[in-house]
Design a protein around this ligand. Structure first.
Ligand code: NAD
Length: 464
């Protein structure tokens, strides 16, 4: 009997635990083989089913699925496969003179049994992304996908059971009850993607066993548009980034901070681009999705009601339809500071516009809130851009674009404090799932012989 015997998932956990060294000691070629199997499943075998599942769960247009889920995962797999051999190599490091006679290196060894808890907004990308890093680094993994996108969760369970034995990778479906039980087990690493609120619960649970964590969280990502920016281009890119996946993206521009003098021009351009993107008919557009659940639809509708009750100006949109969980792309301005859309992460297709009279005011506003996952700067001024970069902190930044820093595997992805702990993607993801083991090897006689007593006068002199 152990303290975990009554845990419904302990049996599975134990199987993975017993198997971890066999998996961890697999060669580069064997790991590559596993990654190839996953690639074939996503790229060929299940491609159409992934599109269908996302259509059912999120009304996701096929092109969006291809770009933000399938292409993203395949890109990640290709990048990982290209670099894995180098990442797995032991890394020799210099040895100081004081340790003469020895050599030192770092090995990236697997952490062991890992837990991956994922959200619903990009169910495949945000589940298989961390899984790619986990298996590249030689770990076993239990995955708990979000219950909010059940068709996607079912399909991921099928894909995983096609490729892996359960003592290597397994999917457990369910809601908070399942997560809560899983979080009681002594995982070696927990990779959580979701809200800051649940991130705190995960971190607290991890602390019981001192499991390491990667927390990929969310928050309010600001977008600054200064008066030197190309306003029309900024509006186009912001409209795309904001209303992609109906704003249900962790790095979505949460709100726009704009120089007062260019606000009217910006809103005119936004209207133009929205009309171009969705032909003024977002509801029937094949390029626009829906809100994931009734609960989230109600949450977002309440944000709109709250803004209206505070006499905000609805610049664009504002229409909703509960039956189809539709919320029109909406832009709001003239908001009072207490408006909920200025306080909580929106995670939906509502864009508040806040004006500023000086860049310092914009910076002060950003720094009055928790540190964001992303911060976007639209500006032609180098000094303004540098001033913003030097006076704020954020997980990542795009200059004169939004969201796309996520797509560069050479960059670490993750937040800072409230928006996350640790980084993912590419080598940074591999590192998150690896223990950097420090190894020092003593060869023949070395200076370290001087460490041993008796401490003669000569040794004392040498030590000084
Ligand atoms: P969430 O935190 O509600 O849920 C995420 C996962 O945690 C789900 O699998 C859910 O079942 C589980 N969960 C929920 N409550 C739990 C609890 N009390 N204990 C343990 N597990 C629990 O988040 P969500 O609604 O799925 O996703 C939206 C949030 O995720 C937003 O804040 C968004 O910014 C963030 N997010 C971050 C990233 C990133 O990469 N940084 C990516 C996508 C989403």
């Amino acid at each position: 009997m152990t303290e975990f015997s009554n845990n419904p998932y302990y049996d599975l956990f134990s199987k993975q635990s017993l198997n971890q060294f066999a998996i961890g000691n697999r060669s580069y070629k064997e790991r590559l083989n596993t990654l190839n199997k996953l690639q074939k499943a996503i790229e060929v075998t299940y491609r159409t089913q992934i599109q269908e599942a996302l259509q059912k769960d999120l009304g996701k247009p096929v092109v969006e699925t291809e770009l933000t889920e399938i292409y993203a995962i395949i890109g990640d797999l290709k990048y990982t496969k290209k670099h894995l051999h180098q990442w797995m190599r032991k890394q020799n490091v210099e040895t100081p003179l004081s340790l003469l006679g020895s050599s030192s290196y770092i090995t990236y060894e697997p952490k062991g049994v890992c837990l991956i808890i994922s959200p619903w907004n990009f169910p495949f990308n945000l589940t298989f992304g961390p899984l790619i890093s986990a298996i590249a680094a030689g770990n076993t993994a239990i995955i708990k996908p979000s219950e909010m996108t059940p068709n996607s969760a079912d399909l991921m369970a099928k894909i995983v059971s096609d490729i892996f034995a359960e003592d290597e990778v397994a999917v457990l479906q369910g809601d908070v009850e399942v997560s809560t039980q899983l979080l009681k087990l002594p995982f070696n690493h927990i990779f959580f993607t979701g809200s800051p609120k649940v991130g705190k619960i995960v971190m607290e649970a991890a602390s019981k066993h001192l499991a390491s964590v990667t927390l990929e969280l969310g928050g309010k990502s600001p977008t600054i548009v200064d008066k030197t920016a190309n306003i029309d281009k900024a509006a186009k890119k912001i409209m795309w980034a904001k209303f992609l996946n109906c704003g249900q993206i962790c790095v979505s521009p949460d709100y726009v901070l704009i120089d007062d003098s260019v606000k009217a021009e910006f809103i005119t351009s936004c209207k133009k681009w929205l009309q171009t993107f969705y032909n003024d008919q977002a509801k029937s557009s094949d390029s626009y999705g829906k809100i994931v659940t009734d609960k989230h639809f109600e949450r977002l509708s309440a944000y709109l009601d709250n803004a209206k009750s505070l006499q905000a100006t609805i610049e664009v949109g504002g229409q909703t339809d509960s039956a189809s969980k539709y919320i029109e792309p909406t832009i709001i301005s003239d908001l009072k500071p207490e408006a909920i859309v200025l306080e909580e992460e929106i995670f939906g297709p509502i864009l508040p516009i806040v004006t500023y009279k000086s860049l310092d005011m914009a910076i002060t506003y950003i720094n009055s809130k928790p540190r964001p996952l992303a911060l976007y700067i639209y500006s032609k001024s180098k000094s303004n851009t540098n001033k913003i970069l030097n006076s704020t902190r954020a997980g990542g930044t795009c200059i004169n674009n939004s969201v796309l820093h996520y797509a560069n595997h050479n960059l670490p992805f993750g937040g800072v404090n409230n928006s996350g702990i640790g980084k993912s993607h590419g080598f940074y993801g591999f590192k998150a799932f690896s223990n950097e083991r420090a190894v020092m090897k003593q060869h023949t006689f070395g200076v370290t012989e001087l460490l041993f007593p008796p401490y003669t006068n000569m040794k004392e002199k040498l030590a000084r």
